[in-house]
Design a protein. Structure first.
Length: 74
């Protein structure tokens, strides 16, 4: 991946990184900058020993917190 242009690396990294909780393939400094740009809105949250993203898993976090606080209707 050293010889590829930045635009092509960016497109490849879009498929590898959806969220910050998946930090598997950082190869070099340029890849780390692309990773930072793709995931700048993500924030990791640990609930019930699971890593969730505050942005990507918003509905799941609300649901789990409602269960933990016994506020789930029904």
């Amino acid at each position: 991946m050293e010889n590829l242009p930045v635009e092509i690396k960016y497109e490849i990294m879009k498929y590898l990184y959806i969220c910050k909780k998946e930090k598997n393939y950082i190869v070099d400094k340029e890849t780390e900058n692309i990773y930072g740009n793709l995931t700048k809105k993500c924030e990791a949250v640990k609930i019930l020993s699971k890593n969730l993203c505050k942005k990507c898993d918003k509905k799941a976090i609300i649901y789990v917190r409602m269960i933990m606080n016994n506020l789930l209707p029904g």
